[in-house]
Design a protein around this ligand. Structure first.
Ligand SMILES: [Zn+2]
Length: 281
């Protein structure tokens, strides 16, 4: 079953008087009929165990799958000592809270290229991810899916091919296919169902055991020659990518991923629109 829901907290949630993410599962279910929510650890892992547990109870009650987004501070591409250790600590603490929420999928940005050559950064990150595998083993963390995100700027790690290679390193690794980002990297090249089919088939061939557990981020995004500029809403008709083309390609391949909507300030409202488009096809 496909799952669709918002990234973080739609401003409408606050406008309607809600204050805590504990209220989110009920809101998503009753107001929009959605079945997914991505919890933001983006500015730190600050939620208490008690609240995380309550979010888990509510999400179960309303059939909402909770995924999470790891802190933005992770940068395995920074060669300075300590960035591997810090990144691992952020990931472990995010995974522990996510487990209390009943979720498994953690979306992670790997970092930026910085001043190093691309090939050297990729090697550095690969070595650090191998260390992360040991840390996960030591902590006996098995039933999780670490979804490394395809990023939207050329200066960031990684593109689709890089992320697919990282996902091969461990059974717990997978990707967050941010199709908005990928469309930026392709300078608007994700237009038709055929364009999406090519991408999904590539992932299926390379990650045959994992492609159906893949996590998708969807939003329309403005780009320039350097890649991503800013997130837009479904109202955009200039940049794309088109959701219908993606949904048709997913249905054709019988794929049912988790799809998180990252529309600017309309994440839940646009997720509702995406769900309607999906259901109509
Ligand atoms: Zn992200």
């Amino acid at each position: 079953m496909v799952r669709i829901g918002p990234s973080g907290i739609d401003p409408l949630f606050i406008e309607e008087g809600h204050v805590n993410y504990i209220e989110m599962p009920k809101w998503l279910h009753e107001k929009f009929g959605l079945n997914l929510g991505e919890y933001p650890f983006t500015h730190g892992v600050m939620v208490s165990d008690e609240i995380a547990t309550k979010i888990g109870e509510e999400s179960k009650k309303y059939n909402i799958e909770i995924t999470a987004h790891a802190p933005f501070y992770i940068n395995y591409g920074n060669p300075e000592a300590g960035f591997d250790y810090k990144g691992n600590a952020y990931i472990i603490s995010s995974l522990k809270k996510l487990a209390l929420m009943g979720g498994k999928k953690l979306c992670i940005h790997l970092g930026s290229q910085g001043k190093l050559e691309r090939i050297d950064v990729l090697k550095l990150i690969k070595d650090r991810l191998k260390k992360l595998i040991k840390v996960l083993d030591e902590n006996k963390i098995n039933d999780v899916i670490l979804c490394f995100e395809v990023m939207g700027k050329y200066s960031q790690i990684g593109n689709l091919e890089e992320i697919v290679e990282f996902a091969k390193l461990d059974k717990r690794f997978n990707l967050t296919l941010d199709v908005g980002h990928l469309n930026c990297l392709m300078q608007g090249g994700l237009k038709t169902q055929e364009d999406f089919l090519k991408v999904f088939k590539y992932i299926k061939e390379n990650l045959p055991d994992k492609y159906n557990d893949m996590h998708i981020h969807y939003s329309k995004i403005m780009f320039n020659a350097k890649g991503e500029m800013k997130h837009l809403t479904l109202e955009d008709s200039e940049y794309g990518p088109d959701f219908e083309g993606m949904a048709k390609a997913l249905k054709k391949l019988n794929m049912a991923p988790t799809i998180v909507c990252e529309s600017k300030n309309k994440m839940a409202q646009d997720a509702y629109e995406l769900k309607n488009i999906w259901n109509k096809l």
